[in-house]
Structure formats: C-alpha cells, structure tokens
Design a protein around this ligand. Structure first.
Ligand SMILES: NC(=O)c1ccc[n+]([C@@H]2O[C@H](COP(=O)([O-])OP(=O)(O)OC[C@H]3O[C@@H](n4cnc5c(N)ncnc54)[C@H](O)[C@@H]3O)[C@@H](O)[C@H]2O)c1
Length: 336
C-alpha cells in the first residue's frame, strides 16, 4: 500500500531531503504540499505534478492523507501539528518540537487527545553510524560511558533561525539538539542538570549564535558541547567523542543530512573503524511513521514526550546563558 504524505513547508529541508526520500521508493507518495511561498510551491509542483501544491490549509487538510509532516519554521509547528492531530492524521513534527515550551505542550496535549500516532523528526536517530555507536556502547564491550564531548557547528546568518519570534532558540535548537539526543541514547539516561554560556545572552529579539554547555546525566556522566552559527558559509562540523571505561569512540559527520558518517573505535585491541551500511534517515523516518500508522507503538526516542523533554532542556540552557552560566537542575528525570 502506498503511504500518502502531506508536507507543510516546502523549504530547504523538504526540497533537499524529504522529496528525494519520497521519490526513491514506491511505497511513499507525495499527496499534498502546503506553503505560503509561490516560488517554493512551484519548485515542488515541477517535480511532483500529481501532488496538490497550494497555500490554503483547508484544501491541504481535505486531501486524503495517511501522514502529515510539519516542516515549517519552528514557530508554526504547533499550529499545523495540532490541526493534523485533531483530524486524526498521523503526524511527524520537525525538530525542535516547537519554538517555546508552551507550544510544545500544546502539541503534546493534541497528541494525547488524538487517536493518531505523533513523532518528532529526529532523523539522526536513524543514521546508521549513530546507531552503530549506541549498539556498541550498549553491548558493554567498552565498559560504561563516562563522558561525551561534541561540536556541532554551521553557518546561519539573517534567516528565521536568528529571530527569537520565529525560532525560539538559535544554534541551541538547530544544532545543539543533536548532541543532546545522542548523549541521552549513549548514556541511556535522562538529563538531570545543565549549565551554559553563549552569545547573545538574554536578547529578546536575537537568538544565540554560539553556546558552550554542560549537561549532566546523573552525577557520573556528562555531555560537554559547543554549537554555533559562526562557521563560513557551506561549512558544517559534526563531531563527537564518547569516553568509556575501556576505550573511546570518535564519530564524525553523523548529524549531517547526507546519511553519512565515520566511527573510529580505540581500545586495548588498537584502532578500528565501524562501517555500517548507510541508510537514508528521512526514508527510514517515513517508514517508521507508516509502521506507527499501521498500529506499531511510537518508539520512545522519537515520541512527542521525548521531543518536549528535549525542548525543556534547550530552554533551560538558554536560561542558564541569560543568567551567566548558572547550573540548573532539570526535573522529570525519567527517560521517556
Ligand atoms: N531534520 C533535519 O534534518 C532538518 C534539517 C533542516 C531543517 N529542519 C527543520 O525543518 C523545519 C524547516 O526548516 P527549513 O530549513 O526547511 O526552513 P526553510 O525556511 O527553508 O523552509 C520553511 C518553509 O516553510 C514555509 N512557511 C513558513 N510559514 C508558513 C505557513 N504559515 N504556512 C505554510 N508554509 C509556511 C516557508 O515559506 C518555507 O518554504 C525547521 O523546524 C527546522 O528546524 C530539520
């Protein structure tokens, strides 16, 4: 059976990654796209003449859809996710879950009230290299994971991600979210405390363009990370190292949008590379949504509850930045 997808937002993510994933397989079909920008709509219509491409949300929601993917700027996530869920349509909401914690809670409540499954778009969870790292660490071969150090850096200047009203947070929401969710997987634990410094701090209009942060997962384990929008155009840095009791893992490029990565393992046996079979994370994500629409439970790691928990941590980091790097306790220590 073909799974009919409707996408809200025909911007960079949609054209760069979502449309190629849909086009690559027969079990998915693009049924409708909603956007307010005629140029963006025209670009999609040229590639998918069978899809309804328009700016009217009622027409979009009247189209028979098996799933809706919300891929707008963060400020519009709640509005479209709640509309789709109210109609009982399985819904995938891009990361971060929303611009504000309040908006994230609206999505959470809409998901609870809806009979339909809802997921957050954590594509890095499907990346084969991240999965290989988590599997290796969970196997216990390297002993318990003690710390993770991460850099996720890029270039964003002058777009909606730089405006608090449209994005909520800057590099925290856009880039630091990846180390945060990978660390929760690696440690298999929830964050318990955090602190951060960054720039600008406490600005009502501009979002953060650089943040360095510490997130504790209990007293013993911690993530030390930096995220920034200050690289040269076209440059992206994605790198993390996990130090375990009997070895370490160095991972590059596994948060990038191209399915790639590399994993170097160093332990008493020497150095070796892991080469898992790459998978298209966007295609895997759509297959997961289709499986949940068919009755499988939503995996915890991509649940709306997890998306909301991560959003709370990111906003706590933002508060820490605004308060000179103060350490903040995080409540809700379970690992949904
Ligand atoms: N998972 C990933 O790999 C990944 C990568 C990039 C972006 N994202 C996320 O995807 C979302 C979109 O990011 P992007 O880079 O594609 O942004 P973008 O600005 O390139 O595209 C957003 C699109 O939404 C449209 N839009 C804005 N308001 C709208 C409205 N009210 N109704 C309908 N359409 C509207 C815009 O016209 C634009 O075409 C963000 O939440 C971002 O964080 C995720």
């Amino acid at each position: 059976m073909t799974f009919r997808i409707g996408i809200v937002g025909a911007g960079f993510l949609t054209r760069r990654s979502l449309l190629p994933a849909i086009a690559a397989t027969d079990d998915l079909c693009l049924a409708a796209v909603l956007d307010t920008d005629p140029v963006a709509l025209g670009a999609v219509a040229a590639r998918f003449p069978g899809a309804l491409c328009g700016a009217d949300a009622r027409d979009f929601l009247r189209t028979p859809l098996d799933g809706v993917h919300v891929a707008t700027p963060n400020r519009r996530h709640a509005e479209f996710a709640c509309q789709a869920l109210a109609r009982g349509i399985p819904t995938l909401v891009e990361k971060p879950l929303a611009d504000t914690v309040d908006a994230g809670q609206w999505i959470f409540r809409a998901a609870m009230a809806s009979g339909a499954p809802a997921m957050v778009g954590y594509m890095s969870r499907y990346n084969a290299y991240n999965r290989a790292v988590v599997a290796l660490i969970r196997s216990g071969e390297l002993g318990p994971a003690r710390s993770m150090t991460a850099s996720h850096l890029g270039h964003r200047d002058g777009d909606w991600r730089n405006r608090r009203a449209d994005s909520g947070l800057g590099c925290l929401a856009d880039l630091a979210i990846y180390p945060l969710l990978t660390a929760a997987d690696v440690f298999d634990a929830a964050p318990t405390a955090c602190r951060a410094t960054g720039y600008p701090s406490g600005d009502p209009d501009r979002t953060d363009i650089f943040v360095e942060a510490t997130v504790w997962f209990g007293d013993e384990r911690r993530l030390q990370m930096e995220a920034s929008f200050t690289e040269a155009p076209g440059v992206g840095v994605s790198r993390y190292t996990v130090v375990c009791e009997r070895g370490l893992v160095v991972v590059r490029d596994s948060w990038a949008m191209d399915s790639g990565g590399s994993v170097l393992v160093c332990d008493e046996r020497g150095r070796r590379w892991l080469w898992p079979e790459p998978v298209d994370p966007y295609l895997a994500q759509y297959r997961a949504l289709a499986a949940c629409a068919a009755g499988e439970p939503v995996p915890t790691g991509v649940s709306i509850a997890r998306g909301l928990r991560d959003l709370r941590v990111l906003h706590a980091l933002d508060r820490s930045v605004a308060n000179g790097g103060v350490r903040l306790a995080l409540s809700g220590g379970q690992n949904p």
